[in-house]
Design a protein around this ligand. Sequence first.
Ligand code: ZN
Length: 79
Amino acid sequence: MQCADCGGEFVKKTITYDQPWGDNELYIFENVPALVCSQCDAVYLEAKASQAIDAIIQSRREPKKYKKVPVFSLEEALA
Ligand SMILES: [Zn+2]
């Protein structure tokens, strides 16, 4: 399989995948099997991984742990 963006080769890797959800939620999944482009880092999840992610988000189950996610606006920092 070749990358549609750059023509690079996809390599099987286990990654941490961030899934934004709505305006204010972010789900982080560890140990996700994925294909990653060796040149541009484009990521394709395997079908079973992407189905599992959807199922977990929709089940609203309690996560393994929580991370704090600080949010900044550069509007003030660059003013
Ligand atoms: Zn690529």
